[in-house]
Design a protein around this ligand. Sequence first.
Ligand SMILES: Cc1cc2nc3c(=O)[nH]c(=O)nc-3n(C[C@H](O)[C@H](O)[C@H](O)COP(=O)(O)O)c2cc1C
Length: 193
Amino acid sequence: MSRRRFLFVLGSSRSEGNTELLARRAAEQLPADVEQEWISLADHPLPDFVDLRHDADHERPTRGEVALLLDATLAATDIVIASPLYWYSVSGHTKRYLDYWSGWLRTPGLDFKATMAGRTLWGVTALSDDEPVVADPLIGTLNNSAAYMKMRFGGVLLGNGSKPGDVLNDTEALTRAKTFFSAEAPLARFPQP
Ligand SMILES: Cc1cc2nc3c(=O)[nH]c(=O)nc-3n(C[C@H](O)[C@H](O)[C@H](O)COP(=O)(O)O)c2cc1C
């Protein structure tokens, strides 16, 4: 897989919110030969996650939203979790998508962990709080998930806003967006004790 392909997983419960606006600003800077796929989890709702990891008849999904998300995930060199900050962490839609990763890790024939190793996870989030530090749980969730998967982690682009469009007034976030995806993304590591 030499050509880069970014999958933007939109986790907001509303369309064209601050998180998506900020992610689109960052994506504008990607080179033209980088492919982009955008999937809104609100438009493609995943069913409740059921833990079938240890069931003998656990099979690769071939239809529906789960198959769509799985195929898009497998096809991406770079996965961008674009989730608003909800209760200091990722949104419910986003959490459910990540829960499915646990199922895919145990799906026969997928080799999900080996396939994802070395690929890059990024985050984009919007929050209404003025203190960016309150997003640390979201950043930790994404960093640790990337570390567990032996993926690279490009960090999280933060923007401030409450109602849709507010983030366009966060000039510092818009400046950070211009170079966000050009930064080095080292192999993710769990925090040291
Ligand atoms: C369910 C819910 C939980 C939220 N929790 C937080 C929070 O913990 N901290 C915060 O700063 N903002 C919180 N917010 C505000 C959103 O992060 C903010 O409105 C953001 O701009 C929404 O992103 P969006 O426009 O992409 O949907 C919450 C909003 C909702 C709807």
